[in-house]
Design a protein around this ligand. Structure first.
Ligand code: NAX
Ligand code: ADP
Ligand code: K
Length: 499
């Protein structure tokens, strides 16, 4: 999995490696890499391309000036909007090089009325310390109104590279189509506002020796993080080989949620799936008669994996049933109303913390806010920290949903998921995810791999459907289910080890 580094870590890597390099080497490498990335984005002969370069007051501006000089020497029509600022010697040399090149230095008002083929955003990088306001904000608004590609250097200006939030209050950020990020990839490019502002992310390592990189605790989710848990099915196997998933939910009037979770569990390979209704039990699901419908009252949750919460409601009876599911020595997924019950009743949280088997919690930001007794805004201001705190507090693997889903382990490991898209912003997709988690656990996947695999497959299924025109508008949660089955079968065919 691709490592992600915090700003503090990047600064340390930069300091350590710079000690062993000639002064300014990193900025020159960053500038060269930026110019190469820019050339790749130009639509036709370099000499006919109009490139606008914004060079801010810090070293991010230095990178942009280096790039401007390279592009101008390569023959592009380069205009630089330049801001006086920092006195770093390498930046001063970048200013000289840009002045000595054919690039033109222009005033901000020269941006209007030109058909730019590419904009390079070197206004601010990881040194942004306060919200972008005033004339800089007007400039960001002007850039965001352009239709040409925008290449952000290191970080889209205005975005917090650690959290993925626009630095606020009342700040703004460049909406880039591409980001070339330096030294290492950064979490904020992949979650919260990050995906909308960074566009396609590439990393320029600037030839820094691997020895200068610390062990990463944050990664981008990828197949290598969980594929080792996939097992090819032996011929000599039967339904008992693939586990049981019991979905606990379905308070009166809320039968759809457990049905979606159960159908997902079935299509993701669970050997047997029970729907356990807290309210009046359905006789069967006529659309999916393979699901076995039971009353939750009196059901033995110790026989398999439980997915507790879809449409469970908040009654005392629901809490009692959840307590029984938590007491099971088998793996457990808690979602939706299950999480709301844990937030509302401290006794349930204490029991959850005491569990020995794998426990996965799948909150969306509001459910996470309830669990941490805070607001959605506070959760979203630092999604990584919120997920990490929840995992530590409840001794469970936490899947904090939403764009750039954050998966956190109680030990502190964090993974951000890159698959998925806004087609998933529709009712019931969370129930499908919970069922998928349950199915992987029932087939013997360890908790951490099950969480990573489920979130990745769920997002990938949505990405494939959107590529086929089924979404982003109007995808239904039920349509995800067969697409997840296909994605999982491809994964098993490619990576499944022999049992
Ligand atoms: N120092 C080095 O050797 C290297 C630096 N690199 C580049 O340097 C960047 C970091 O450089 P800096 O630390 O100089 O920081 P930045 O260039 O990101 O920005 C800092 C400057 O912006 C000003 N500033 C911050 N917030 C502002 C706001 N809201 N409104 C107006 N001004 C504001 C600060 O006073 C300072 O002058 C990285 O993102 C990367 O692009 C890379 O080239 C790698 C090598
Ligand atoms: N804009 C988005 N981009 C990517 N994934 C999204 C987006 N919106 C929602 N999702 C995903 O869709 C699912 C929604 O889950 P949830 O909010 O619990 O829905 P429900 O309760 O209706 O089932 C989560 O997996 C979430 O990460
Ligand atoms: K930038």
């Amino acid at each position: 999995m691709q490592p992600l580094y915090t700003v503090t870590q990047i600064r340390q890597i930069e300091t350590e490696s710079a000690r062993r390099l000639s002064e300014g080497a990193l900025m020159q490498r960053a500038g060269q890499a930026s110019a190469n990335a820019a050339l790749d984005l130009l639509p036709f002969a370099t000499s006919r391309a109009s490139v606008l370069v914004l060079a801010g007051p810090g070293n991010n501006g230095g990178d942009a000036l280096e790039a401007a000089a390279h592009l101008a020497h390569a023959g592009a029509q380069v205009a630089v909007v330049y801001f006086e600022g920092g006195s770093a010697p390498e930046r001063a040399r970048a200013v000289e090089r840009a002045h000595a090149s054919p690039a033109r230095f222009v005033a901000e008002d020269a941006i209007a009325g030109v058909e730019w083929h590419l904009v390079i955003d070197g206004l601010f990088g990881i040194g942004l310390t306060r919200p972008i306001t005033g004339p800089f904000a007007a400039l960001v608004a002007a850039l965001n109104a352009l239709t040409c590609p925008i290449l952000a250097l290191d970080v889209p200006s205005g975005l917090d590279a650690d959290t993925g939030c626009i630095v606020g209050p009342a700040g703004c950020a460049v909406r880039a189509t591409h980001t070339l990020t330096f030294i290492g990839d950064k979490p904020g490019l992949h979650t919260c506002d990050g995906r909308d502002h960074a566009g396609t992310v590439n990393v320029a390592h600037l030839d820094i020796d691997a020895a200068h990189y610390p062990a990463a605790t944050i990664h981008l989710n990828g197949v290598d993080g969980f594929a080792q848990a996939a097992v090819a099915r032996p011929q000599n196997s039967h339904k008992g080989s693939y586990g049981i998933v019991s979905v606990l939910g379905g308070a009166p009037g809320m039968t759809g949620a457990p049905i979606l979770a159960g159908r997902a569990a079935l299509h993701a390979g669970a050997g047997r799936v029970f729907l356990c209704f807290a309210g009046p039990a359905l006789q069967c699901d006529p659309g999916q008669p393979e699901l076995m419908c039971r009353a939750a009252h009196g059901f033995d949750f110790a026989t398999g994996v439980t997915v507790a919460g879809p449409g469970l409601g908040g009654s005392d009876e629901a809490a009692h049933l959840l307590e029984q599911a938590i007491a099971s020595p088998q793996p457990l997924v808690v979602d939706a109303d299950g999480l709301n019950l844990v937030a509302a009743r401290s006794g349930l949280a204490a029991r959850l913390r005491g569990r020995k088997a794998a426990t996965l919690l799948t909150p969306h930001p509001l459910e996470a806010a309830r669990l941490l007794a805070t607001s959605i805004g506070a959760i979203q201001r630092d999604r990584l920290d919120s997920a990490r705190r929840l995992a530590a507090a409840l001794h469970a693997i936490v899947v904090l949903k939403g764009t750039g889903t954050v998966i956190a382990a109680p030990g502190g490991a964090i993974v951000i998921n890159p698959t998925g898209n806004p087609a998933l912003a529709t009712a019931g997709t969370g129930d499908v995810l919970a069922g998928l988690c349950g199915a992987l656990l029932a087939q013997g996947w360890p908790g951490w791999e099950a969480a990573l695999g489920a979130v990745w497959l769920h997002g990938m299924a949505a990405d494939v459907l959107v590529a086929d025109g089924i979404g982003p508008v109007g995808l239904t949660a039920g349509e995800l289910v067969p697409a997840i089955r296909t994605a999982l079968n491809r994964l098993v065919a490619r990576h499944g080890r022999r049992a």
